[in-house]
Structure formats: C-alpha cells, structure tokens
Design a protein around this ligand. Structure first.
Ligand SMILES: Cc1cc2nc3c(=O)[nH]c(=O)nc-3n(C[C@H](O)[C@H](O)[C@H](O)COP(=O)(O)O)c2cc1C
Length: 247
C-alpha cells in the first residue's frame, strides 16, 4: 500500500489537542488542498470561516451540544455551502433574477463542501495533525448563521477542529468491505448475515476497550438509537429560510 492510502486508513477523529498553534501558511496550504477537490460543474460552492474570537468559540461549543474542543482546539473552521458567490456573478452576467432554491443546488453545494473539507482533514493529517468534524453546529443553525453573519444562499454544513493530537485513539472499525462494495446490483443487508454479527461484536469490543467497560454497544444497537429518534427536524425550515431546497 502506498503512503497516501496508509495515511487515509490511519484516520481517527481527534478531540484532544496540544496547544501548538497552526501557522497562517499551514492553513493556506490545507485550504488550497481543499480547494483542489473536485467541484460539481466547477461551481466551487464552499466558503470556510476561521473562528478565533474566544467568545464566539465558546458560543459555538455550547450550541454544538457542549463540545468543549470546539472552544479550545487550536484551529476551528466552519465549512459553509455557499451558492451566493456564484449566484451573484451569474445574476450580474444575466442581468436578471435567477431561478433559485433547487434542491439539486443544495446537493451540489453540500457535496462540494464535504469533498473540500475531507481534503483539508487529509492535508492536516499528512502533517501529523488531527481533527474532528462537528456536525453538532446544526443543532442550532440559525444561531450559528447569526453569529457568523451568514447571508441567504449560505449555510453551515459542519465545523472542524484541528490541532496536534494529544491522544491516540484506536481505529474505529468499519463495516466489512464486501457489505459495502456491491457488484452489478444493489444487495440489501440481511440482518442475520454472519458478517454483520461479527462486525457487531467487533464494534462492541471496540467500545468496551475504549471506555474501560462503560460503553457496551454494537453497531446495530447504535444505529437503532440514532435512527429511532428525530434528526434535527428544524433543518428544513432553516434551509428554506436561507433560500435552499424550495423546489
Ligand atoms: C459530517 C460529520 C459530522 C460529525 N459531527 C461530529 C460532532 O459533532 N462531534 C464529534 O465529536 N464527532 C463528530 N463527527 C465524527 C464522527 O463521530 C466520526 O467520524 C465517526 O464516529 C467515525 O470515527 P472516526 O472518525 O474516529 O473513525 C462527525 C463526522 C462527520 C463526517
């Protein structure tokens, strides 16, 4: 396996950081790596906001569900899906209002932003930094949008904490590849599939070891807990309010 793939396969989220600062130059390099990610129709629908103000950081940590590292990580970036930039220029070119609010545009901008951010994470990891995505900011997207002065056609997809790791978490086991990689046709998972049972046992063991026996949960149980409850039902109204997903 080559060094790039080894790096990718070593990924674990990092939530505890040493205080070492990240230079402007490093940040520029990581963002440039993000910018070079594929982008749907060349739309480049991502803006990244670095938040340094300690008060704003604390507010974001609170809004994200009291995730302390959002306040304390050496670097906090908020990744925004941004259709405003391209729309402003298009409107100027066409000298007329644009047809807006297509859910396709929401998908494009969100996918672009995720690809951009993953490149940033990987660039940081390639320099022995680590980090974690923070979807928790979507607990309170309206307040986040106000804190960051986000206009219409821009929404915060997630944040990312980055810094030198002060922990070395073990790899979180992923599903068996042959349950994920399918040939020719979709192959629905059979709940009684022994590969799934084995994976459930592996995840349970991972949690037991990581938590010193306190957390005892299989992947299936975790999915039941996650998908058995509401998922940020405020997002639809918020996205509408920002001019997304109207048709
Ligand atoms: C879009 C997205 C949002 C996430 N949000 C959070 C978050 O708010 N807080 C957190 O601690 N981890 C968050 N994570 C990290 C995941 O929990 C983590 O990637 C997953 O459990 C797999 O663990 P690993 O990254 O260590 O392999 C998020 C990951 C993604 C991709």
């Amino acid at each position: 396996m080559n060094a790039t793939q080894e790096l990718m396969r070593r990924h674990t989220s990092v939530r505890k950081f040493l205080p070492d600062a990240i230079s402007d130059e490093q940040l520029q390099h990581w963002i440039q790596a993000g910018q070079q990610a594929s982008t749907s129709s060349f739309i480049q629908a991502t803006s990244v906001i670095r938040v340094r103000n300690p008060t704003t950081r604390c507010q974001l940590a609170e809004l994200a569900g009291q995730q302390e590292y959002v306040a304390s990580a050496p670097l906090l970036l908020v990744f925004c899906a941004d259709l405003l930039r391209a729309s402003t220029l298009a409107e100027q070119q066409l000298s007329q209002p644009l047809p807006q609010g297509y859910i396709e545009h929401l998908l494009i901008a969100t996918v672009d932003t995720a690809l951009f951010a993953q490149n940033v994470m990987l660039a940081a990891e390639s320099e022995q930094y680590g980090g974690v995505f923070i979807g928790g900011i979507r607990n309170a997207p309206q307040q986040v949008a106000e804190l960051l002065a986000l206009p219409s056609l821009v929404y915060p997809v997630f944040a990312m904490c980055l810094g030198k790791p002060d922990q070395a978490p073990s790899l979180r086991p992923r599903l068996p590849t042959d349950l994920v990689l399918m040939e020719e046709r979709y192959q629905p998972l059979q709940p009684e599939d022994p590969r799934l049972h084995q994976y459930d046992a592996e995840v349970r063991q991972y949690y037991r070891e990581r938590s010193g026996g306190k957390k005892d949960m299989s992947w299936s149980e975790q999915m039941a807990q996650l998908l058995g409850k509401e998922a940020r039902p405020h997002m639809l109204a918020f996205l509408h309010n920002q001019g997304f997903a109207l048709r």
